[in-house]
Design a binder for this molecule. Structure first.
Ligand code: EPZ
Length: 420
């Protein structure tokens, strides 16, 4: 397993170009199964997760290729509607092909994604919605076998999610776009990545009202056509690099991104004392002195995103005062806490609440990445520690941060990948 060797203490400063959003690119790639002709998708990040999904779609007989940051797919001919466990288990968002296959072909056999380190990650809401649309769902041997009613098309319906689910909302709007009749979906996720998917579906000819709101109305159409589209910027990558400035009296300029995507994060950065300036496609964070302590509770959009919780906790570790962080979305998203404490942080967990008492600085140490976003919090902590740290299991970070070493080096981090 590869490791990172990071030698601090660095002032995190410089310019970094933000890549396309991983969490938008994945549903958009799945949606390329819907039209019966060619779709071109720009600004696709180069990540293990996107590579895995492209491989999965190619395994269905779809002509798909990635040229630089552009993916071209022609789903004219789809040979099978099968997503094998071998691929799904490495990238749980593969479940997003279920809605596209069921919507277009009326059938699909997709491995259940299983959990991951941050939680059990069930998909009961996805399946409940498809059953409400007339699908027969059989779960056996770890696979979801779904079939539309006779005639092969799902039926529009009224459905309300029991809880807000990003993937559930994405899966269902893809299926509903080709259902017979109208689907009224309530308690939808409003994340920018859901909006990006809905906008691409509309570009393909889908009829969707209420995009970006908790209630969406999707009028099913007979078929969808290809389009040329571009993935939105990655708001979590943006926030992750800006957080480094707050930890090191730094100055980070992120370009090819938009402040519109991460208002709740930028507001917290300002509350911690950062000077945030923004333009049409850039955000700059400048920090003088220690960050101020803040209280955070992760919420669905437009609340503070759970995917920025670990990175903001790393900032709170160096704050002048005590911060509280409440994780409301996932049941086990504090695994970075013991690793940060190994680096000299002072964090106590009480259920879903982390109490972070600020310290002057991190200490270098060997630590282990436990999940994607925790990895970045450890990288930034190591960059701010005076000495050499080793971060193990960095395959997690390769899943979600495009070109991570060179971007960190451009921000002044002394980082080296040690091939495992
Ligand atoms: C998406 O995951 C993101 N992944 C996650 O980002 C993100 O943390 C999450 O949304 C919340 O914003 C992608 O977009 C690929 P959910 P998703 O369905 O869709 C429960 C990252 O670091 N739930 O909104 O799987 C679930 O257990 C990743 O980039 C059910 O109970 O998240 C969780 O507690 C991590 N039943 C909560 O809802 C369901 O059927 C939110 O899950 C579905 C979800």
């Amino acid at each position: 397993m590869d490791k990172f060797k990071i030698i601090g203490k660095s002032r995190i400063a410089g310019e970094v170009v933000i890549s396309g959003s991983k969490n938008a690119a994945l549903p958009l790639l799945a949606a390329m199964l819907l039209p019966s002709d060619e779709t071109v998708l720009h600004n696709v990040p180069t990540l293990k997760d996107t590579d895995t999904l492209i491989k999965l779609i190619a395994g269905m007989g779809v002509a798909i290729k990635k040229e630089g940051n552009t993916v071209i797919a022609d789903a004219r001919h789809v040979a099978n509607y099968y997503a094998p466990y071998e691929l799904v288990r490495t990238m749980r968002a593969s479940i997003l092909v279920l809605g596209a296959l069921l919507g277009r072909f009326g059938e699909a056999e997709v491995s259940l994604p299983g959990g991951c380190s941050i939680g059990s990650r069930p998909v009961d809401q996805h399946l409940k919605a498809f059953e409400a649309m007339g699908a027969t769902i059989l779960v056996e041997n770890g696979y979801v076998k779904a079939k539309a009613p006779a005639g092969g098309r799902l039926m529009g319906c009224d459905f309300a999610f029991d809880m807000v689910t990003v993937g559930g909302t994405e899966n269902v709007i893809m299926a509903a776009s080709l259902a017979r009749g109208t689907t009224r979906l309530e308690n939808c996720a409003c994340e920018p990545e859901v909006v990006d998917l809905a906008n691409m579906l509309v570009a393909m000819g889908a009829k969707i009202d209420g995009i970006g709101t908790p209630t969406m109305i999707i009028e099913g159409v007979e078929s969808l056509h290809g389009c040329e589209y571009s993935v939105i910027a990655d708001r979590i990558e943006t926030g992750s690099y800006l957080a480094g400035a707050l930890m090191s009296e730094g100055d980070v300029l992120t370009t090819n991104t938009s402040a519109e995507l991460l208002h709740p994060v930028l507001k917290k950065f300002e509350a911690m004392g950062a000077t945030i300036t923004t333009g049409d496609d850039w955000i700059r964070a400048v920090m003088k002195g220690r960050p101020k302590a803040v209280d955070i509770r992760t919420q669905v959009h437009p609340g503070f995103p759970t995917d920025m919780q670990a990175q903001l906790m790393a900032v709170c570790c160096l704050a002048d005062g005590t911060s509280t962080i409440i994780e409301n979305i996932f049941e086990n998203r504090f695994m970075h806490v013991p690793e940060l404490n190994r680096m000299g942080a002072n964090i106590r967990i009480d259920g879903h609440t982390a109490i972070v008492t600020g310290v002057e600085s991190f200490m270098p140490a060997p630590v282990m990445a436990t999940d994607l976003r925790a990895s970045m919090s450890l990288v930034m902590a190591a960059a701010c520690a005076d000495g050499e740290s080793i971060i193990d299991r960095i395959y997690h970070i390769d899943r979600g941060y495009d070109n991570v070493e060179s971007k960190l080096k451009s921000l002044g981090v002394n980082i080296e990948r040690i091939k495992g």
